[in-house]
Design a protein around this ligand. Structure first.
Ligand code: HMG
Ligand code: MG
Length: 306
């Protein structure tokens, strides 16, 4: 099997993870997590989202978090901006606080699009178009997320053709990269391969990524299955944080620690120091008052404790 020699991981824990926490997490703790992730060697971190604070109060401190990060050269910082209001807020401060990358997030399921962003798939593309144009005019890279790419909490199984449609629409409006997201973690390797193939009808292999929630314990298998296709970019979450407030019961993203352990074991480079990553995951888990949701982290922490 011809696996990629290098993989880029985007840690989405500060955003995907912390958006779903019941307890408020202070901005300084979020900033502390971002600092630990970049010190562990992560080259991209999804920091926060510029969405309605009424819908997702956990991300209401977006500007404070972006302003508080001591940026590390070579690290990219991304944020979610679903509409012009969000984009304008993201670029309102001085340039040094702008994100390097923004994410517009659509869905392969109509019902999920309505629940998550309060509009149809077609309307979401209309909202994204000016955001994409403005971002590119500002020199900011644009990533798109295709949620519910294999299954939807409201519509059930999603056909690959739905993913292809959203990928095509995103390509038409100038989205530069798409992430195939298994929002509720129901996907299994062959289904996730079909969803990825659908995105690859419109995007190059270098412009796609996998975003797999681990609800059913399939995310590592799904990662391996898409690595076999040549995919080399993934969103993962330190300590397995994550979920979506509009996808009840869905658990976190696959733990960054578990993916790094697997990749390093396969001889694939990530540039990440697993020990420091484990410290980052432990830092946020300690704050949340629970153990990291990562098997590799548990094993290594047990070993450290002797
Ligand atoms: P809307 O209600 O359709 O928008 O929201 P609206 O234009 O009618 O505005 C309603 C109110 O929201 C107004 O305030 C606006 O000012 C305000 P009011 O007049 O009532 O006081 N508003 C905003 N405030 C701050 N920032 C903004 C913004 N936009 C409007 N950008 C909207 C549309 C998308 C904003 C809303 O539905 C929303 O915020 N949804 C939350 C979506 C979200 O964050 N979901 C979780 C992240 S996605 C995810 O987790 C999936 C992913 O991980 C991939 C995967 O796993 O599938 C990416
Ligand atoms: Mg997600």
């Amino acid at each position: 099997m011809n696996y990629p020699a290098k993989v880029k991981l985007v840690d989405v824990g500060p955003r995907d993870g912390l958006q779903n926490e019941k307890q408020p997490v202070p901005a300084e703790v979020k900033i502390g997590l971002v600092h630990r992730l970049q010190d562990a060697g992560l080259k991209e971190i999804e920091v926060t989202s510029f969405v309605s604070p009424k819908w997702v109060p956990q991300m209401a401190d977006n500007a404070e978090v972006m302003a508080g990060i001591q940026r590390k050269p070579g690290v990219r910082y991304s944020v979610l901006t679903p509409n012009m209001k969000g984009f304008e807020a993201a670029v309102a401060p001085a340039r040094e606080f702008w994100p390097d990358e923004i994410v517009v997030f659509g869905a392969a399921s109509e019902a999920f699009s309505q629940k998550n962003i309060n509009c149809s798939i077609a309307e979401s593309i209309e909202r994204f178009a000016p955001v994409v144009e403005a971002a590119r005019a500002h020199g900011i890279y644009v990533r798109g997320a295709i949620s519910t790419a294999v299954g939807c909490p409201y519509e059930g199984e999603i056909a690959p053709g739905r993913v292809e449609l959203v990928a095509r629409l995103m390509k038409q409006i100038g989205v530069q990269h798409v992430g195939v997201a298994d929002t509720i973690g129901v996907g299994t390797p062959l289904k996730v391969q079909r969803a990825m193939e659908a995105a690859l009808k419109h995007y190059d292999i270098n412009d796609v990524s996998g975003h797999f929630h681990d609800t059913y314990g399939q995310a590592l298998g799904n990662t391996l299955a898409t690595l076999e296709m040549g995919v080399w970019q993934y969103d993962t979450s330190a300590a397995g944080l994550g979920g979506c407030p509009y996808a009840k019961g869905a658990t976190g993203n696959v733990a960054t620690e578990d993916v790094v352990y697997m990749l390093h074991g396969m001889g694939i480079e990530t540039g990440i120091d697993l020990d420091r990553l484990i410290d980052a995951g432990k830092y946020i888990s300690d704050h949340l008052g629970r153990k990291p949701n990562s098997r590799a982290s548990t094993a290594i922490l047990n070993k450290r404790a002797g």
